[in-house]
Design a protein around this ligand. Structure first.
Ligand code: ZN
Length: 455
C-alpha cells in the first residue's frame, strides 16, 4: 500500500506546478498576469465591485455579519463607493474567536470546511475555516510574487522554517519528490553549524525559504567565521516575520549573490504584500484583499505615517474577514511603485504586531524596527531578546560570545538608551539560552504587557 502511495506521490510531484495545482490556479495566474498592470482607476473599480459582493454575501450567509450590519444600520446597497465601505463596522480577533460559528458561512457545507489556526506566538491563536480553494489561490499569488525574484516553483529549495522540527541528531530531511531540503530552525547552533553547511553544500539548493530570524542566525554564523559567499543561494525568500534593516545587511554580507525577497501575509489571507523585481518596498496586492492603514484616530494614514492594517479578504468564503483588525502595524509608503510601474500601494516597513512594540513610561510605543541592532556595539552578542512586563522598563537579555566584557555592557547600555529615550529604564541580563516559540521562531521581544491602540 505504501509503495503505491509513494509511487503516486512521486508521479504527482513530477508534474509541473501549474498542472498539479489545477484549473483555478491557472485561471487566477492568467488574470493576475494581466491585472497587475491595470491603471489605478481600473483597480479601484474592480475592488469596489468585490467589496460590494462580499458585504452582500456576508449579509446573506453569515449570521454574525448580518447582525453586525443590521445594528449599524448598513445595507449592502448603501455601499456605492470605497468611502462608503469605511462605514462598515470593523471586526477583531476576539469577536471572531468567541463567535466562530456565527461568523462562518452557511453557504459552505461542513464537509468543505478546513479548520486552520494562526500562529499565536503573541496572544491566543485564532481558529477559523478555509476551503481547498484558499490553498490554490494563495499559491497563485505567492508564486506570481516569488517569480519576480527569479525563483521558479519546481526548482530546488532549502527550507529553514518551523514546519519541520527534527531532532539534534536528525535536524534535516531531504524530500526527493519535492526536491526540498528541510532544515530545522530549532537546532541551528554554533555546534551544529558545520553540519548544516555540509548538508546545504551536498544538496546545493538553488533557493532558500526561511524565517528572517533563522536566515539571519545562519548569516551571522557564516560572517563570524569569515565564510561569506560559501553558500550560494540565488534567492532568499523571507516570510512570517518582520525583516529588520540590520537583518538585511547581515544577509547581504553573508550571501552576496542572493536576491533577498520578502513577503508579508497572514494565515487569515486578508492582506498580502510582496517585494518586486526592482524595489524592496512591500507592494500590497490589490486583488488579494483590500487594505486600509488606520492611524490612532481611526483615519487613513498619510504617506510616511504608521497605522494598523485593516484588511478585507477577497477570497475567504468560509470565514469571511471584512474590515478585520490585523493588529499589525505598517508604515505607509507611496501610492504606487515608480520602479516597476504597478499601481500597488507600497509599505515602507512592516512594524509588526502591537506586541512587538516597547512601551515607555510616558506611553510612547517604540517599534523594534526603530532600534538598529546592526552596530559594532553588538559584535560580542550571540543572541538577544528584549523582555518587558512593566511600562517604562525593559530588560535586554544577552547570550554572550567569547571575549564579552563589561565594556561591551557599557556600550550596549549607552547605544540602546540613546534610542529608547529618557522615559525608559534599561537593564541587562545574561542568559545561556533564549527559547524559540512553538513554531520555531526567534522572538526579539517578549512583551508581557497587554497593549492597546486606538480604542
Ligand atoms: Zn515595484
Amino acid at each position: 500500500m505504501n509503495l503505491i502511495k509513494n509511487a503516486a506521490r512521486r508521479f504527482y510531484y513530477k508534474l509541473p506546478t501549474r498542472y498539479r495545482m489545477g484549473r483555478e490556479y491557472r485561471a487566477l495566474r492568467k488574470f493576475l498576469q494581466e491585472a497587475q498592470w491595470w491603471s489605478t482607476d481600473r483597480v479601484a473599480e474592480w475592488q469596489l465591485q468585490r467589496l460590494q459582493a462580499i458585504v452582500r454575501y456576508a449579509c446573506d450567509n453569515v449570521p454574525g455579519y448580518h447582525a453586525l450590519y443590521k445594528d449599524a444600520g448598513i445595507a449592502p446597497s448603501d455601499i456605492r463607493s470605497l468611502a462608503d465601505f469605511k462605514r462598515v463596522p470593523r471586526v477583531d480577533k476576539k469577536l471572531l474567536r468567541d463567535n466562530l460559528a456565527d461568523f462562518t458561512s452557511r453557504a459552505i457545507p461542513q464537509s468543505q470546511r478546513i479548520y486552520v489556526t494562526t500562529g499565536g506566538s503573541t496572544g491566543e491563536p485564532l481558529g477559523f475555516y478555509h476551503t481547498r480553494s484558499n490553498h490554490v489561490r494563495e499559491a497563485a499569488f505567492l508564486h506570481m510574487s516569488f517569480e519576480r525574484s527569479g525563483w521558479r516553483p519546481d526548482e530546488s529549495l532549502a527550507i529553514l522554517r518551523g514546519a519541520f522540527i527534527g531532532s539534534e541528531q536528525q535536524f534535516w530531511e531531504f524530500d526527493r519528490d519535492k526536491n526540498q531540503l528541510l532544515l530545522s530552525s530549532y537546532f541551528l547552533t554554533e555546534r551544529s553549524y558545520e553540519q548544516y553547511i555540509e548538508k546545504i553544500l551536498a544538496h546545493k539548493p538553488r533557493h532558500l525559504s526561511a524565517y528572517p530570524s533563522s536566515a539571519t542566525m545562519l548569516a551571522a554564523m557564516i560572517l563570524s567565521r569569515g565564510e561569506a559567499g560559501r553558500i550560494n543561494f540565488q534567492t532568499i525568500l523571507l516570510e512570517s516575520e518582520n525583516i529588520y534593516d540590520w537583518q538585511r545587511e547581515k544577509l547581504r554580507a553573508a550571501f552576496p549573490n542572493a536576491k533577498i525577497f520578502g513577503a508579508y501575509g497572514h494565515t487569515e489571507q486578508a492582506v498580502l504584500a510582496t517585494m518586486c523585481e526592482r524595489s524592496e518596498a512591500y507592494h500590497v496586492w490589490p486583488f488579494y484583499g483590500h487594505a486600509e492603514i488606520l492611524n490612532a484616530t481611526g483615519n487613513e494614514a498619510q504617506e510616511g505615517e504608521s497605522g494598523e492594517a485593516i484588511a478585507t479578504s477577497f477570497w475567504n468564503e468560509a470565514t469571511p474577514f471584512i474590515r478585520y483588525r490585523t493588529t499589525d502595524f505598517v508604515r505607509k509608503g507611496a501610492s504606487h511603485c515608480a520602479q516597476c510601474g504597478r499601481r500597488f500601494q507600497l509599505l515602507d516597513a512592516i512594524e509588526g504586531r502591537l506586541q512587538e512594540f516597547i512601551v515607555t513610561k510616558t506611553g510612547r510605543y517604540i517599534s523594534m524596527t526603530a532600534l538598529n541592532m546592526h552596530s559594532a556595539v553588538f559584535d560580542r552578542v550571540r543572541q538577544f531578546q528584549f523582555y518587558q512586563d512593566t511600562a517604562g522598563k525593559v530588560v535586554f537579555k544577552v547570550m554572550r560570545k567569547e571575549g564579552y566584557s563589561e565594556s561591551d555592557s557599557h556600550m550596549i547600555q549607552r547605544e540602546l538608551c540613546k534610542k529608547l529615550g529618557d522615559d525608559m529604564e534599561l537593564s541587562l541580563a545574561f542568559v545561556e539560552d533564549i527559547p524559540k516559540t512553538s513554531r520555531g521562531k526567534h522572538r526579539f521581544l517578549e512583551q508581557r504587557l497587554e497593549l492597546a491602540y486606538g480604542d
